[in-house]
Design a protein around this ligand. Structure first.
Ligand code: ZN
Length: 641
């Protein structure tokens, strides 16, 4: 018997000992980080309200209780009973019974009403029917991504259970080494922006944090082939942890599966869905531009199948010697600061991913309170000496002025925007400004992936700032469902109608005018001197957006990516730049994050920024806070213990 089996047997005996005599335990097993207890008496188990909590603290494990398949009531009878227990206002839209695990997935418009106060309704369900309920929210705005991911996971349920069981045994294996060390190897995003990737290693475990591409430099991928990473084989890596869904952090994760990786990905649930959406779009764009993508969509599905979603604040065993906790990073939906507790109090490292320190309309600011942190790996996108952003209030004022001036002239306001994050932030600004009468109520058209990304945001209100979350909970107040928003889903014909119509605001991808429907809008609106092209996001060197900002007014047009017929279009519309809507902390924000961090770390690695930004930030933090700081290059290894 393996050590894992032996430990499971021991725990089964401990549990049997602890529960009342009339409860039979049939099996105890691991599923990912959780310990799953199968019982023939789920109803009695549920009646002992405190039992699961007691077992969890005694065994120091997250515990799920499931009915033994032999003890299940028929789905038909259970369905009737469940429907009578859950209040009608909960808006149940689906009940899915899974016989192999004894779970019933309840999809509802108001999950809180299915859960009940402190889980009372859920316990009542188990007490009456024996099945273990699992609750998910019905997306308030239909989202094909959320639907596809859920359907796919349902279809792959059995294989997923095998994966989780295997991962569970891997996490809870016996530690083999007496040696002690903690190291970080940088595989990318050092003295550059993009291709984020790090290896955190101990004698026992290797964790890959992020695996992104480098925008504008498709060939430059993280150094995955070194011995610390895949050089020693894909099974060398125990776990992948993803900070957030942006492609410069997530694009190459599916590639790992092509190389034979078969382990877990830990991230938040919205990050999983957004990652799928963005990776599929990444393949799409590559195909349209005639490049061979590094992997196909099958590998995206593998990544989703291997994702173990975690909530902020959950302390989770991901290896015998590593616990992971995700904390809100304030950057995009589901973005996380990843905190690793290594050994039994041996060492603590936090990876910031991308952060926004102050609150925005959409998100609460990044968390910087931890039980312990000795080393922080900190993004430095705006770490340069002069990287100060306009205050968002001033930016909003300027945006409203541009809109008022343009509409006064009967023009249209065209805003190129990133689908994830910035678009929703701008939508909230516009919705409020119209509600308060600060700008006229004109239609706001949303084109490209913006509507789909917005639907994903509405599916996970728990991850949004308190005020927005509460408004989504009350469906008639959901700001994203305001009347003025119109999803362009009728293609070119609908765009022509909008172009022929009166004043309006148009948000369209891509954010840097690199492709997407923004080109079509430029053809329609570009020649109109009364309309205004308004930039609200960063325009990278070499993009068409940057060139227009610099005064170009001859635009190549043609096919989708603007590199087709060789025709040009003369822009006669006004061009305005409104900055200050960034998803990143600026220099001040990064300094404040460190200054108020509790506890303050001993060491900081400044990464994910241009050479001068990381150098500037690193030397300032050293001078201001008297801590050891570094601006590593790619492929450096740091030993901390
Ligand atoms: Zn990002």
């Amino acid at each position: 018997m393996s050590a894992v089996e032996k430990r499971l047997e021991e725990m089964k005996a401990e549990i049997t000992n602890e529960v009342p005599n009339d409860i039979t335990i049939t099996q105890v097993t691991y599923e990912g980080p959780e310990l799953v207890i199968y019982t023939r008496d789920p109803k009695k188990f549920a009646q002992n309200g405190d039992l699961i909590r007691r077992l969890a603290s005694q065994l120091r494990k997250r515990i799920t209780v499931r009915p033994d398949p032999a003890a299940l009531s028929s789905p038909k009878a259970a369905r009737k009973e469940i429907t009578s227990i859950i209040p009608e206002e909960a808006g149940v839209t689906g009940l899915d019974f899974h016989h192999d695990t004894g779970e019933v997935v309840i999809e509802a418009e108001k999950p809180g009403m299915v859960i009940g106060k402190h889980g009372a309704t859920l316990r009542e369900i188990t007490q009456k029917v024996g099945w273990t309920p699992e609750v998910v929210r019905t997306p308030p705005i239909e989202s094909s991504t959320v639907q596809n991911v859920r359907n796919f996971l349902k279809q792959e349920r059995e294989e997923r259970r095998d994966i989780l069981e295997r991962v569970g045994r891997q996490i809870h294996r016996e530690e083999m080494s007496d040696d002690e060390y903690v190291r970080i190897t940088t595989l990318g995003c050092c003295r550059e922006v993009g291709r984020a990737a790090f290896i955190l290693s101990t004698p026992e475990t290797r964790v890959l944090i992020d695996c992104g591409d480098k925008p504008g430099a498709e060939g430059e991928v993280p150094y995955l082939q070194v011995p610390e990473a895949l050089g020693a084989g894909a099974s060398n890596i125990d776990a992948v942890v993803l900070t957030h869904a942006h492609l410069d952090h997530s694009a190459l994760i599916p590639l790992l599966f092509k190389y034979g990786y078969d382990g877990p990905i830990y991230t938040t649930e919205p990050s999983r869905d957004l990652m799928g959406l963005l990776q599929l779009d990444y393949l799409d764009v590559a195909a349209k531009e005639g490049r061979t993508p590094p992997y196909d969509s099958e590998m995206v599905r593998e990544a989703i199948k291997h994702t173990i979603p975690l909530e902020y604040g959950d302390v989770t065993d991901i290896a015998p010697d590593i616990k992971l906790t995700l904390h809100n990073a304030g950057h995009i939906l589901g973005s996380s600061i990843c905190h690793f507790h290594i050994g039994d109090g041996l060492y603590n490292v936090a990876f910031s991913g991308d952060i926004h320190y102050d609150d925005t309309r959409l998100f609460n600011g990044a968390v910087n309170d931890f039980p312990r942190v000795e080393t922080l790996v900190l993004e430095s996108t705006y770490g340069g000496r002069n990287d100060y952003q306009t205050d968002q209030k001033d930016s909003e004022r300027k945006l409203k002025r541009v809109i008022n001036d343009t509409i006064d002239e009967d023009g249209k306001v065209l805003i190129p925007a990133f689908a994830v994050g910035r678009s929703q932030e701008i939508m909230l600004v516009l919705e409020e400004a119209m509600r308060e009468g600060e700008i006229p109520e004109v239609p706001i058209h949303l084109d490209g992936m913006i509507w789909e990304a917005t639907a994903i945001h509405s599916t996970y209100p728990e991850y949004l700032r308190d005020g927005v979350r509460d408004r989504i909970f009350h469906e008639d107040e959901n700001p994203f469902l305001a009347d003025q928003f119109n999803h362009i889903d009728g293609g070119e014909e609908e765009r022509q109608d909008v172009a022929d119509g009166g004043p309006c605001i148009i948000l369209s991808t891509s954010g840097m005018i690199e492709g997407g429907p923004i080109f079509s809008w430029l053809e329609h609106v570009g020649p109109d001197p009364n309309s205004t092209l308004t930039f609200v996001g960063y325009q990278a060197q070499g993009t068409l957006g940057r060139r227009i900002q610099n005064g170009w007014d001859e635009i190549p047009i043609g096919n989708d990516n603007g590199r087709g017929r060789g025709d040009t279009l003369t822009l006669r519309m006004n061009v305005e730049v409104v900055d200050g809507f960034s998803g990143h902390a600026d220099r001040q924000g990064l300094e404040n994050f460190v200054k108020t961090m509790n506890p303050r770390p001993e060491k900081i690695l400044c990464v994910h920024g241009d050479e001068s930004s990381v150098q500037d930030l690193s030397s300032s933090l050293y001078h201001d806070f008297n801590m050891r700081t570094f601006a590593p290059k790619n492929l450096e290894t740091f030993r901390f213990v």
